[in-house]
Write a protein that binds this ligand. Structure first.
Ligand SMILES: *[C@@H]1O[C@H](CO)[C@@H](O)[C@H](O)[C@H]1NC(C)=O
Ligand SMILES: *[C@@H]1O[C@H](CO)[C@@H](O)[C@H](O)[C@H]1NC(C)=O
Ligand SMILES: *[C@@H]1O[C@H](CO)[C@@H](O)[C@H](O)[C@H]1NC(C)=O
Length: 301
């Protein structure tokens, strides 16, 4: 089992960015609590895995996030005198993403949030290390009361930007869509003649194929785990979500890609975990090259 590997990482100083997030979140909570006649404390549930695992692509755990929260609460109370002592009641809920079957995290995460809501102890939700838990929670909690705010450092997938589906979701780290924009500017927008400043660079590529890691769609997909259980229901990878954002963005911005990728977008997914031979790799690269019309480079993530 790969759980319970908490170890040395714990001593790492809190990420400055997450700290900022928490101060922001608490300030927002403070302002809201101030304005209304909200009965203190403010109840906030933090949903994260208890242990690190290969499922947790952000390596976010409760034990890592907790000191950051503690420090920001202290700042709000003792440094900025924004709120009284015990104004906020943080509870931590294990999404169990460290379990063998990562798909179950969605259930555990949602259960924790539902329980807090049913107890009448839910004013905001923070956290999430996997997109499925975040998506489900943010969708349903938007319908409770006047809507429960959900604040996360993950949720980069383009779909999460929908204000209709996720009206109260705040994504502190931006999104894959912003990344897609940069990539578009860099490799696809215009030719060098169209660029204004001399330091602007864009390759103006027109023929692209994607090559990326994703177990679910992998060309070298493992059919069975060691225990013989089928693993047909693997979750989609970050690479998949980021390339999805790129594809969508390119098709929105460019008539060329809209036309070219209408039927399908040239792409090869492979599983990066099992060992592979140079021959296999060469084979996949050849396929990608052919898909891109054999004319130009491929792009991998
Ligand atoms: C996340 O944790 C794993 C295992 O604990 C480690 O191998 C990996 O380097 C970590 N990744 C990051 C980005 O910290
Ligand atoms: C803090 O939250 C927990 C979990 O929701 C709840 O059981 C407890 O009663 C709360 N404490 C206060 C003072 O509201
Ligand atoms: C492409 O680049 C040009 C020149 O830098 C810029 O004016 C234009 O807005 C860009 N197009 C898009 C869709 O970003």
């Amino acid at each position: 089992m790969r759980r319970r590997r908490q170890s040395s990482n714990l001593a790492r100083p809190p990420d400055g960015f997450i700290l900022l997030l928490c101060i922001f979140a608490l300030a927002a909570v403070a302002a809201a609590a101030d304005a209304a006649t909200h009965k203190l404390p403010y109840n906030v549930v933090m949903v994260l895995p208890q242990y690190e695992s290969v499922n947790d692509k952000y390596n976010l755990t409760i034990l890592k996030a907790r000191p950051v929260i503690d420090i920001s609460v202290e700042d709000v109370v003792h440094k900025y005198y924004l709120m009284p002592l015990n104004f906020v009641n943080f509870t931590y809920h294990d999404s169990r993403l460290w379990e063998e079957d990562a798909r179950m995290a969605e259930k555990w995460a949602t259960m924790g949030v539902v329980r807090a809501y049913c107890q009448g102890k839910l004013d905001a939700v923070l956290g999430f290390a996997d997109p499925y838990s975040l998506s489900t929670t943010a969708k349903i909690s938007a319908g409770w009361g006047n809507g429960i705010p959900v604040i996360t450092t993950t949720g980069l997938a383009a779909q999460m930007g929908s204000k209709k589906e996720y009206p109260y979701l705040t994504r502190m780290q931006g999104s894959y869509r912003q990344m897609a924009d940069s990539i578009y500017q860099f490799i696809a927008n215009g030719t060098s003649a169209e660029l204004k400043a001399p330091n602007e660079v864009s390759f103006g590529y027109k023929h692209l194929a994607f090559m990326y890691h994703d177990k679910r769609r992998a060309i070298n997909r493992q059919q069975h785990t060691q225990s013989g259980e089928s693993i047909g229901e693997e979750t989609s990878s970050h690479c998949y979500f980021s390339l999805y954002a790129i594809k969508t963005y390119f098709m929105e911005k460019s008539e060329h890609f809209k036309e070219k990728w209408k039927i399908n977008t040239p792409a090869i997914a492979f599983d990066e975990n099992p060992s592979r031979t140079p021959g296999e790799l060469a084979e996949w690269l050849k396929m990608a090259s052919n898909m891109a019309n054999g004319e130009r480079s491929s792009f991998s993530a």
